[in-house]
Design a binder for this molecule. Structure first.
Ligand SMILES: [Zn+2]
Length: 241
């Protein structure tokens, strides 16, 4: 088979390989996109944990204040009893002052506790909302994972089909030419063949001399683009195979 015929087949092969390269690129993107979603989910989960921790901390603070409050109230009770047992005026007034201080502490603590209880209620609302959102998000993520898996399977199937379609073309190309084509294919991002367009390489736009264009038309030897090293061909071969 002459070179012209071989190039025609390579052009057919290139069309299939281009599709395979695109599919492979998409195949690679699928897990990347999924990882982004997983990352987002993790961040949300972290936020919920933080809110829960904040809630627990506030509740602990309240418990501690309630303990303080109780012990201060007990002290006040004790002091009230002691008031009847003191012997001197001085002792009496110092005890009275202490009771007054304790009472001030108690009302301050009560105020703080009320404030914290309000805060706890707010945080709890946020926490419940975040938890609900997180559950929805988890369900969404699960669906996305299923979709991604299905998409990968679809892509694998298509690639398999395309590889099958390649077989008759591959069988008709001379092994040395085929390996040359495949080397360029790998090096040049899935594009080894370049059609001449408006007197230039169709892939890299490098201007070709009239002599080179003539050589391509003659098809007696392989002509490579001087700039991108792809195999150049005449667009007419795309239609007349
Ligand atoms: Zn080029």
């Amino acid at each position: 088979m002459d070179l012209k015929q071989q190039i025609k087949i390579l052009v057919k092969l290139q069309a299939l390989d281009s599709q395979i390269y695109e599919l492979n690129a998409e195949r690679k993107k699928v897990p990347e996109e999924l990882n982004l979603l997983k990352q987002e989910y993790k961040e949300r989960e972290e936020k919920v944990k933080q809110t829960e921790q904040k809630l627990k901390n506030r509740q602990l603070e309240i418990k501690k204040m309630e303990g303080d409050l109780k012990s201060k109230e007990e002290t006040i009770k004790k002091h009230n009893v002691q008031l009847y047992q003191v012997k001197t005026n001085k002792e009496y007034s110092s005890l009275e002052a202490e009771i007054k201080n304790l009472k001030a502490d108690v009302s301050l603590l009560e105020e703080k506790i009320i404030g914290l209880l309000d805060e706890v209620e707010e945080i709890n609302k946020t926490f419940l909302q975040q938890k609900e959102d997180l559950n929805k998000e988890r369900e969404k993520l699960r669906q996305e994972e299923e979709l991604a898996e299905r998409r990968c399977q679809e892509i694998d199937e298509k690639i398999k089909e395309l590889n099958k379609k390649k077989e008759p073309f591959v069988a008709r190309i001379e092994p040395s030419l085929l390996s040359q084509y495949e080397r360029i294919l790998v090096k040049k991002g899935g594009k080894a063949m370049s059609a001449v367009k408006d007197g230039a390489c169709g892939e890299c736009r490098f201007m070709l001399t009239p002599q080179v264009i003539e050589e391509i038309k003659m098809g007696e030897e392989l002509i490579f683009c001087n700039s991108c090293s792809r195999i150049l061909y005449e667009t007419s071969v795309e239609t007349d195979v």
